[in-house]
Design a protein around this ligand. Structure first.
Ligand code: SF4
Length: 243
């Protein structure tokens, strides 16, 4: 069977052997991040719909999982924002009912996590890794380049609301972009936002592979240490190991 929506397993720095599920055609997203490895967003939208046929995704998952391969995670990822797919909850429930031995993970930009319906759809997932790359509206516009009318405070509130009701583990990923979100003032603001969100852990990340913007550089160790020293006062925090 040819697989269009299920890929890997790939060896992930954070998740180990990770089988990927790509629910969104390249490159559809509600953000257009300067560090995106999937390159520039060509369809910028906040609309949730069945971008790829759910039945085909489930058939591919059955085809891969029927032999019970050794995996550390089955992960919604790929080249667009997975929560834009309106049947993501159905796929989570299918996996947890039929293949409960596997951990199911969602990598998301977090923008839609305040949506009550999406929160219900994700009730049975094991791990959600939302991004928080901006400590203010200016940084959101510079780093994530959202669809029009995305308000920074709403992105924080979405994460606060999601974590308050989540049964799963929430690992907040903070991507450090030197020169944009790494000033002392930014670090202070991030620390205040994280105290409100109350994630189970914060994972600090920085450029590992070239993104859309070729000028982008990884954060130096000294900067990562500053983030660690501040955030550790309000949450468990770790730096993701670079390759
Ligand atoms: S949210 Fe993810 S997929 Fe969308 S532009 Fe940003 S990095 Fe790329």
């Amino acid at each position: 069977m040819h697989h269009r929506y299920v890929f890997g397993p790939l060896q992930s720095r954070r998740l180990g052997a990770s089988l990927g599920i790509g629910l969104i055609p390249s490159k559809t997203c509600n953000l257009n991040c300067i560090y995106c490895e999937a390159k520039a967003t060509t369809l910028a939208t906040n609309e949730r719909k069945e971008y790829v046929p759910t039945a085909e995704v489930l058939a591919e998952l059955d085809d891969v999982l029927k032999d019970l391969p050794a995996l550390d995670s089955i992960t919604f990822s790929g080249t667009g924002e997975p929560t834009l797919h309106s049947h993501i909850g159905e796929i989570v429930d299918f996996l947890k009912e039929k293949y409960p031995q596997y951990r199911v993970t969602l990598l998301t930009n977090g923008l839609l996590l305040g949506d009550r319906k999406l929160q219900e759809e994700l009730q049975n997932i094991d791990l959600v890794i939302p991004s928080l790359d901006a400590s203010c509206q200016m940084e959101l516009d510079a780093i994530n380049r959202p669809c029009p009318h995305v308000c920074f405070e709403d992105t924080i509130q979405a994460l606060v609301d999601f974590k308050a009701q989540a049964r799963c583990r929430v690992a907040l990923e903070l991507f450090i972009v030197p020169g944009i979100n790494d000033s002392d003032e930014s670090i202070e603001r991030f620390t205040r936002h994280i105290a409100r969100i109350k994630p189970d852990v914060v994972q600090l990340n920085t450029l590992d592979r070239p993104g859309v913007d070729p000028q982008l550089k990884p954060a130096p160790e000294a900067t990562i240490k500053k983030f660690l020293n501040s955030i550790k006062n309000v949450a468990e925090v770790e730096a993701i190991k670079r390759k």
